[in-house]
Design a binder for this molecule. Structure first.
Ligand SMILES: NC(=O)c1ccc[n+]([C@@H]2O[C@H](COP(=O)([O-])OP(=O)(O)OC[C@H]3O[C@@H](n4cnc5c(N)ncnc54)[C@H](O)[C@@H]3O)[C@@H](O)[C@H]2O)c1
Length: 360
Protein backbone atom coordinates (compact mmCIF):
# COMPACT_ATOMS: atom_id res chain seq x y z
CA UNK A 1 0.00 0.00 0.00
CA UNK A 2 1.60 3.26 -1.06
CA UNK A 3 0.99 6.47 0.85
CA UNK A 4 1.92 9.96 -0.22
CA UNK A 5 3.00 11.56 2.96
CA UNK A 6 3.26 15.17 1.86
CA UNK A 7 -0.04 16.99 1.57
CA UNK A 8 1.34 19.07 -1.30
CA UNK A 9 2.23 15.98 -3.20
CA UNK A 10 0.02 16.81 -6.18
CA UNK A 11 2.19 19.85 -6.94
CA UNK A 12 5.35 17.79 -6.83
CA UNK A 13 3.78 15.14 -9.01
CA UNK A 14 3.07 17.56 -11.85
CA UNK A 15 6.54 19.09 -11.58
CA UNK A 16 8.15 15.70 -11.67
CA UNK A 17 6.22 14.74 -14.76
CA UNK A 18 6.49 17.90 -16.83
CA UNK A 19 10.10 18.81 -16.18
CA UNK A 20 11.53 15.51 -17.37
CA UNK A 21 13.50 17.16 -20.16
CA UNK A 22 15.00 19.79 -17.90
CA UNK A 23 16.27 17.62 -15.10
CA UNK A 24 17.11 14.10 -14.06
CA UNK A 25 14.76 12.11 -11.88
CA UNK A 26 16.52 10.04 -9.27
CA UNK A 27 14.83 7.20 -7.42
CA UNK A 28 16.55 6.53 -4.11
CA UNK A 29 15.50 3.40 -2.22
CA UNK A 30 16.05 3.33 1.54
CA UNK A 31 16.44 7.10 1.70
CA UNK A 32 15.08 7.28 5.24
CA UNK A 33 18.03 5.25 6.56
CA UNK A 34 21.49 6.41 7.53
CA UNK A 35 23.40 6.59 4.24
CA UNK A 36 20.34 7.13 2.04
CA UNK A 37 19.26 10.23 3.99
CA UNK A 38 22.77 11.68 3.79
CA UNK A 39 22.87 10.91 0.07
CA UNK A 40 19.56 12.66 -0.65
CA UNK A 41 20.81 15.80 1.11
CA UNK A 42 24.06 15.58 -0.85
CA UNK A 43 22.24 15.32 -4.19
CA UNK A 44 19.82 18.17 -3.45
CA UNK A 45 22.79 20.36 -2.47
CA UNK A 46 24.93 19.46 -5.47
CA UNK A 47 22.33 19.01 -8.22
CA UNK A 48 19.67 21.69 -7.64
CA UNK A 49 17.97 20.76 -10.92
CA UNK A 50 17.47 17.08 -9.97
CA UNK A 51 14.21 15.62 -8.63
CA UNK A 52 14.63 13.01 -5.91
CA UNK A 53 12.11 10.38 -4.85
CA UNK A 54 12.74 8.65 -1.56
CA UNK A 55 11.11 5.21 -1.67
CA UNK A 56 11.25 3.56 1.73
CA UNK A 57 9.28 1.03 3.77
CA UNK A 58 10.13 2.81 7.03
CA UNK A 59 11.29 -0.24 8.95
CA UNK A 60 12.70 0.23 12.46
CA UNK A 61 15.81 1.72 10.72
CA UNK A 62 13.94 4.19 8.51
CA UNK A 63 13.27 7.56 10.06
CA UNK A 64 11.77 10.53 8.25
CA UNK A 65 13.31 12.82 10.87
CA UNK A 66 16.60 12.13 9.06
CA UNK A 67 15.17 14.26 6.23
CA UNK A 68 13.70 17.08 8.30
CA UNK A 69 16.22 19.59 6.88
CA UNK A 70 15.13 18.95 3.29
CA UNK A 71 11.53 17.76 3.56
CA UNK A 72 10.21 21.08 2.22
CA UNK A 73 12.54 21.14 -0.76
CA UNK A 74 10.24 21.20 -3.82
CA UNK A 75 12.59 18.81 -5.62
CA UNK A 76 12.15 16.10 -2.99
CA UNK A 77 9.29 13.73 -2.36
CA UNK A 78 8.77 10.73 -0.11
CA UNK A 79 6.81 7.66 -1.13
CA UNK A 80 6.25 4.82 1.28
CA UNK A 81 6.66 1.35 -0.20
CA UNK A 82 8.29 -2.04 0.09
CA UNK A 83 10.86 -3.07 -2.52
CA UNK A 84 9.93 -6.70 -1.91
CA UNK A 85 6.36 -5.93 -3.01
CA UNK A 86 6.05 -5.95 -6.82
CA UNK A 87 2.98 -3.71 -6.81
CA UNK A 88 4.69 -1.00 -4.75
CA UNK A 89 7.73 -1.09 -7.02
CA UNK A 90 5.61 -0.98 -10.18
CA UNK A 91 3.73 2.02 -8.79
CA UNK A 92 6.82 4.07 -8.00
CA UNK A 93 8.34 3.48 -11.45
CA UNK A 94 5.06 4.25 -13.21
CA UNK A 95 4.41 7.34 -11.13
CA UNK A 96 7.80 8.95 -11.65
CA UNK A 97 9.52 7.27 -14.59
CA UNK A 98 12.99 7.85 -13.09
CA UNK A 99 16.24 8.22 -15.04
CA UNK A 100 18.48 6.80 -12.30
CA UNK A 101 18.06 4.38 -9.41
CA UNK A 102 20.40 4.40 -6.42
CA UNK A 103 19.50 1.39 -4.34
CA UNK A 104 20.29 1.58 -0.61
CA UNK A 105 17.20 -0.14 0.84
CA UNK A 106 18.25 -3.17 2.82
CA UNK A 107 18.09 -4.96 6.07
CA UNK A 108 21.56 -3.94 7.21
CA UNK A 109 22.36 -5.31 10.66
CA UNK A 110 24.46 -8.48 10.87
CA UNK A 111 23.20 -9.53 14.32
CA UNK A 112 19.60 -9.31 13.19
CA UNK A 113 20.45 -11.40 10.10
CA UNK A 114 21.83 -14.19 12.28
CA UNK A 115 18.59 -14.29 14.27
CA UNK A 116 16.19 -13.90 11.34
CA UNK A 117 17.75 -14.38 7.87
CA UNK A 118 14.41 -14.58 6.02
CA UNK A 119 13.64 -10.85 5.92
CA UNK A 120 17.20 -10.27 4.64
CA UNK A 121 16.51 -12.50 1.67
CA UNK A 122 13.13 -10.90 1.02
CA UNK A 123 14.40 -7.31 1.07
CA UNK A 124 18.01 -7.59 -0.05
CA UNK A 125 17.55 -10.26 -2.73
CA UNK A 126 13.90 -10.36 -3.91
CA UNK A 127 13.64 -6.58 -3.44
CA UNK A 128 16.71 -6.00 -5.62
CA UNK A 129 15.33 -8.27 -8.36
CA UNK A 130 11.98 -6.44 -8.32
CA UNK A 131 13.75 -3.10 -8.73
CA UNK A 132 15.87 -4.49 -11.58
CA UNK A 133 12.87 -5.95 -13.41
CA UNK A 134 11.08 -2.62 -13.52
CA UNK A 135 14.33 -0.76 -14.23
CA UNK A 136 14.64 -2.85 -17.39
CA UNK A 137 11.05 -2.17 -18.41
CA UNK A 138 11.49 1.57 -17.83
CA UNK A 139 14.89 1.73 -19.57
CA UNK A 140 16.66 3.24 -16.57
CA UNK A 141 19.87 5.05 -17.57
CA UNK A 142 21.88 3.78 -14.61
CA UNK A 143 21.14 1.51 -11.64
CA UNK A 144 23.62 1.62 -8.75
CA UNK A 145 23.55 -1.00 -6.00
CA UNK A 146 25.08 0.09 -2.70
CA UNK A 147 26.88 -3.02 -1.52
CA UNK A 148 29.47 -3.64 1.16
CA UNK A 149 33.06 -4.77 1.78
CA UNK A 150 31.51 -7.56 3.87
CA UNK A 151 30.86 -9.57 0.68
CA UNK A 152 34.62 -10.40 0.61
CA UNK A 153 34.41 -12.08 4.02
CA UNK A 154 37.26 -11.89 6.50
CA UNK A 155 40.53 -10.70 4.96
CA UNK A 156 44.04 -11.72 6.06
CA UNK A 157 46.31 -9.08 7.58
CA UNK A 158 48.45 -7.45 4.89
CA UNK A 159 45.81 -7.86 2.14
CA UNK A 160 43.19 -5.37 0.99
CA UNK A 161 40.47 -6.85 -1.24
CA UNK A 162 40.34 -5.79 -4.86
CA UNK A 163 37.20 -5.90 -6.97
CA UNK A 164 38.17 -9.15 -8.71
CA UNK A 165 38.68 -11.06 -5.45
CA UNK A 166 36.19 -13.83 -4.73
CA UNK A 167 33.13 -13.04 -2.67
CA UNK A 168 33.20 -15.22 0.47
CA UNK A 169 30.42 -13.90 2.72
CA UNK A 170 30.16 -15.44 6.20
CA UNK A 171 26.83 -14.24 7.59
CA UNK A 172 23.26 -14.01 6.25
CA UNK A 173 23.52 -10.23 5.76
CA UNK A 174 26.69 -10.34 3.64
CA UNK A 175 25.41 -13.42 1.77
CA UNK A 176 22.22 -11.54 0.86
CA UNK A 177 24.28 -8.57 -0.38
CA UNK A 178 26.48 -10.90 -2.44
CA UNK A 179 23.33 -12.46 -3.93
CA UNK A 180 22.05 -8.98 -4.83
CA UNK A 181 25.38 -8.28 -6.54
CA UNK A 182 25.02 -11.40 -8.67
CA UNK A 183 21.56 -10.24 -9.73
CA UNK A 184 23.10 -6.91 -10.80
CA UNK A 185 25.70 -8.81 -12.80
CA UNK A 186 22.96 -10.84 -14.49
CA UNK A 187 21.01 -7.68 -15.32
CA UNK A 188 24.08 -6.40 -17.12
CA UNK A 189 25.31 -9.61 -18.76
CA UNK A 190 21.97 -11.05 -19.83
CA UNK A 191 19.73 -8.03 -20.29
CA UNK A 192 22.27 -5.33 -21.12
CA UNK A 193 21.13 -3.09 -18.26
CA UNK A 194 23.41 -0.21 -17.27
CA UNK A 195 24.51 -0.94 -13.71
CA UNK A 196 27.23 -0.40 -11.12
CA UNK A 197 28.03 -1.81 -7.71
CA UNK A 198 29.67 0.25 -4.96
CA UNK A 199 31.37 -1.79 -2.21
CA UNK A 200 32.06 0.48 0.72
CA UNK A 201 33.76 -0.16 4.02
CA UNK A 202 31.97 0.79 7.28
CA UNK A 203 30.45 4.27 7.27
CA UNK A 204 30.07 6.70 10.14
CA UNK A 205 28.36 10.08 10.53
CA UNK A 206 25.05 11.70 11.44
CA UNK A 207 21.76 9.73 11.40
CA UNK A 208 23.30 6.30 11.96
CA UNK A 209 21.01 4.08 13.97
CA UNK A 210 22.54 3.47 17.41
CA UNK A 211 22.66 -0.31 17.04
CA UNK A 212 25.84 0.20 14.96
CA UNK A 213 29.15 0.42 16.77
CA UNK A 214 30.14 4.11 16.53
CA UNK A 215 26.79 5.66 17.52
CA UNK A 216 26.33 2.88 20.08
CA UNK A 217 29.62 3.79 21.78
CA UNK A 218 28.77 7.51 21.69
CA UNK A 219 25.20 7.07 22.93
CA UNK A 220 26.09 4.65 25.72
CA UNK A 221 29.01 6.84 26.81
CA UNK A 222 26.73 9.88 26.89
CA UNK A 223 24.60 8.06 29.46
CA UNK A 224 27.56 6.42 31.27
CA UNK A 225 26.22 3.02 30.25
CA UNK A 226 28.43 -0.04 29.61
CA UNK A 227 29.81 -0.35 26.08
CA UNK A 228 29.57 -3.95 24.88
CA UNK A 229 32.47 -5.11 22.70
CA UNK A 230 32.46 -8.53 21.09
CA UNK A 231 35.08 -11.15 21.95
CA UNK A 232 38.56 -9.73 22.53
CA UNK A 233 37.78 -6.52 20.62
CA UNK A 234 40.56 -7.20 18.11
CA UNK A 235 38.25 -7.44 15.08
CA UNK A 236 39.17 -4.57 12.82
CA UNK A 237 37.23 -2.48 10.34
CA UNK A 238 38.00 0.42 8.01
CA UNK A 239 35.96 3.58 8.43
CA UNK A 240 34.70 6.08 5.87
CA UNK A 241 32.82 9.29 6.54
CA UNK A 242 29.33 9.04 5.05
CA UNK A 243 29.87 12.35 3.18
CA UNK A 244 32.87 10.86 1.37
CA UNK A 245 30.77 7.81 0.52
CA UNK A 246 28.04 10.05 -0.96
CA UNK A 247 30.64 11.75 -3.17
CA UNK A 248 31.90 8.35 -4.34
CA UNK A 249 28.37 7.21 -5.24
CA UNK A 250 27.92 10.47 -7.18
CA UNK A 251 30.98 9.80 -9.38
CA UNK A 252 30.00 6.17 -9.93
CA UNK A 253 26.43 7.13 -10.87
CA UNK A 254 27.54 9.77 -13.35
CA UNK A 255 30.88 8.46 -14.63
CA UNK A 256 31.19 4.77 -13.67
CA UNK A 257 31.60 2.37 -16.57
CA UNK A 258 28.49 0.23 -16.83
CA UNK A 259 28.92 -3.28 -15.39
CA UNK A 260 31.81 -2.27 -13.12
CA UNK A 261 32.22 -2.73 -9.39
CA UNK A 262 34.02 -0.04 -7.37
CA UNK A 263 35.48 -0.45 -3.88
CA UNK A 264 35.22 2.65 -1.72
CA UNK A 265 37.27 3.20 1.43
CA UNK A 266 39.53 5.52 3.37
CA UNK A 267 42.68 4.26 5.07
CA UNK A 268 41.22 4.33 8.57
CA UNK A 269 41.64 0.76 9.81
CA UNK A 270 41.19 0.29 13.54
CA UNK A 271 40.25 -2.54 15.92
CA UNK A 272 36.92 -2.30 17.73
CA UNK A 273 38.62 -1.97 21.11
CA UNK A 274 40.93 0.82 19.90
CA UNK A 275 37.94 2.56 18.34
CA UNK A 276 35.96 2.38 21.60
CA UNK A 277 38.91 3.75 23.57
CA UNK A 278 39.50 6.54 21.05
CA UNK A 279 35.87 7.70 21.28
CA UNK A 280 35.77 7.46 25.09
CA UNK A 281 38.95 9.55 25.33
CA UNK A 282 37.50 12.16 22.97
CA UNK A 283 34.37 12.29 25.14
CA UNK A 284 36.33 12.42 28.41
CA UNK A 285 34.70 9.20 29.63
CA UNK A 286 36.35 6.36 31.62
CA UNK A 287 37.67 3.38 29.64
CA UNK A 288 36.18 0.99 32.18
CA UNK A 289 32.77 1.56 30.58
CA UNK A 290 33.96 -1.05 28.05
CA UNK A 291 32.52 -4.49 28.71
CA UNK A 292 33.59 -7.55 26.69
CA UNK A 293 30.67 -9.78 25.68
CA UNK A 294 30.40 -13.19 23.98
CA UNK A 295 31.56 -13.02 20.40
CA UNK A 296 29.15 -13.00 17.47
CA UNK A 297 29.03 -16.37 15.67
CA UNK A 298 30.98 -16.30 12.41
CA UNK A 299 32.39 -12.88 13.32
CA UNK A 300 34.70 -11.72 10.51
CA UNK A 301 38.08 -10.75 11.93
CA UNK A 302 39.04 -8.09 9.45
CA UNK A 303 37.69 -6.20 6.46
CA UNK A 304 39.91 -4.11 4.26
CA UNK A 305 39.35 -2.94 0.69
CA UNK A 306 41.67 -1.37 -1.82
CA UNK A 307 40.06 1.71 -3.40
CA UNK A 308 42.70 2.35 -6.10
CA UNK A 309 40.29 1.59 -8.95
CA UNK A 310 37.80 4.37 -8.16
CA UNK A 311 40.70 6.72 -7.45
CA UNK A 312 42.61 5.98 -10.66
CA UNK A 313 39.63 5.63 -13.02
CA UNK A 314 37.11 8.13 -11.63
CA UNK A 315 39.30 10.50 -9.62
CA UNK A 316 37.53 9.98 -6.28
CA UNK A 317 39.39 10.05 -2.99
CA UNK A 318 38.18 10.57 0.56
CA UNK A 319 38.49 14.11 1.91
CA UNK A 320 37.58 13.83 5.59
CA UNK A 321 40.24 13.05 8.18
CA UNK A 322 39.04 10.31 10.58
CA UNK A 323 39.66 12.30 13.77
CA UNK A 324 37.89 15.38 12.41
CA UNK A 325 34.98 13.27 11.19
CA UNK A 326 34.70 11.47 14.53
CA UNK A 327 34.74 14.78 16.43
CA UNK A 328 31.96 16.11 14.21
CA UNK A 329 29.94 12.90 14.64
CA UNK A 330 30.30 12.93 18.43
CA UNK A 331 29.15 16.57 18.49
CA UNK A 332 26.18 15.74 16.27
CA UNK A 333 24.99 12.98 18.62
CA UNK A 334 25.52 15.20 21.66
CA UNK A 335 23.47 17.99 20.09
CA UNK A 336 20.76 15.65 18.77
CA UNK A 337 19.92 13.73 21.91
CA UNK A 338 16.20 14.00 21.11
CA UNK A 339 16.81 12.19 17.83
CA UNK A 340 18.63 9.46 19.75
CA UNK A 341 15.85 9.22 22.33
CA UNK A 342 13.25 8.85 19.59
CA UNK A 343 15.01 6.07 17.75
CA UNK A 344 15.99 4.06 20.79
CA UNK A 345 12.55 4.23 22.35
CA UNK A 346 11.04 2.18 19.50
CA UNK A 347 11.23 -1.35 18.23
CA UNK A 348 15.01 -1.23 18.43
CA UNK A 349 15.01 -1.35 22.22
CA UNK A 350 12.81 -4.46 22.27
CA UNK A 351 15.18 -6.23 19.92
CA UNK A 352 18.20 -4.96 21.82
CA UNK A 353 16.86 -6.29 25.11
CA UNK A 354 16.00 -9.68 23.62
CA UNK A 355 19.20 -10.16 21.67
CA UNK A 356 22.01 -8.64 23.67
CA UNK A 357 24.88 -6.50 22.50
CA UNK A 358 23.63 -5.67 19.04
CA UNK A 359 26.76 -4.20 17.54
CA UNK A 360 27.88 -4.46 13.93
N1 LIG B 1 26.22 1.47 7.17
C1 LIG B 1 27.34 1.02 6.63
O1 LIG B 1 28.40 1.12 7.24
C2 LIG B 1 27.32 0.39 5.25
C3 LIG B 1 28.54 0.05 4.67
C4 LIG B 1 28.53 -0.49 3.38
C5 LIG B 1 27.34 -0.69 2.73
N2 LIG B 1 26.16 -0.38 3.32
C6 LIG B 1 24.92 -0.59 2.56
O2 LIG B 1 24.34 0.69 2.39
C7 LIG B 1 22.92 0.59 2.37
C8 LIG B 1 22.34 1.54 3.39
O3 LIG B 1 22.86 1.21 4.67
P1 LIG B 1 22.40 2.01 5.97
O4 LIG B 1 23.44 1.81 6.98
O5 LIG B 1 21.98 3.37 5.58
O6 LIG B 1 21.12 1.16 6.37
P2 LIG B 1 19.91 1.54 7.33
O7 LIG B 1 19.55 0.25 8.00
O8 LIG B 1 20.24 2.72 8.16
O9 LIG B 1 18.74 1.97 6.32
C9 LIG B 1 18.08 1.06 5.52
C10 LIG B 1 16.84 1.76 4.96
O10 LIG B 1 16.18 0.84 4.08
C11 LIG B 1 14.79 0.86 4.37
N3 LIG B 1 14.23 -0.46 4.01
C12 LIG B 1 14.48 -1.65 4.61
N4 LIG B 1 13.75 -2.61 4.03
C13 LIG B 1 13.05 -2.03 3.02
C14 LIG B 1 12.15 -2.51 2.05
N5 LIG B 1 11.79 -3.81 2.00
N6 LIG B 1 11.62 -1.65 1.15
C15 LIG B 1 11.95 -0.33 1.19
N7 LIG B 1 12.79 0.19 2.12
C16 LIG B 1 13.35 -0.65 3.01
C17 LIG B 1 14.70 1.13 5.86
O11 LIG B 1 13.42 1.64 6.22
C18 LIG B 1 15.82 2.15 6.04
O12 LIG B 1 15.34 3.45 5.80
C19 LIG B 1 22.59 -0.87 2.63
O13 LIG B 1 22.30 -1.48 1.40
C20 LIG B 1 23.87 -1.43 3.24
O14 LIG B 1 24.01 -2.79 2.90
C21 LIG B 1 26.12 0.15 4.59
Amino acid sequence: MIEYVDEDFGFFKEEFKTDKNLSKILLVTGGAGFIGANFISYILDNYPEYRVINFDKLTYAGNLNNLSLIENNPNYVFMKGDIANKKDVKNVYEEFNPDFVVHFAAESHVDRSIINPDIFLETNVIGTQNLLNFAREHKIEKFVLISTDEVYGSVEKGHSSIETDRMEPNNPYSASKAAAEFLIRVAHQTYGQRVNVVRSCNNYGRYQFPEKIIPKIICNAMQDKPIPIYGDGKNSRSWLNVKDHCAAIDVVLHSGKSGEIYNVAAKNEISNIDLAEKILKKMGKPLDLIEFVFDRPGHDKRYSVNANKIHNQLGWSPKINFDDGLDETISWYLIHQDWVKDVISGEYMNCYQKNGAGIK
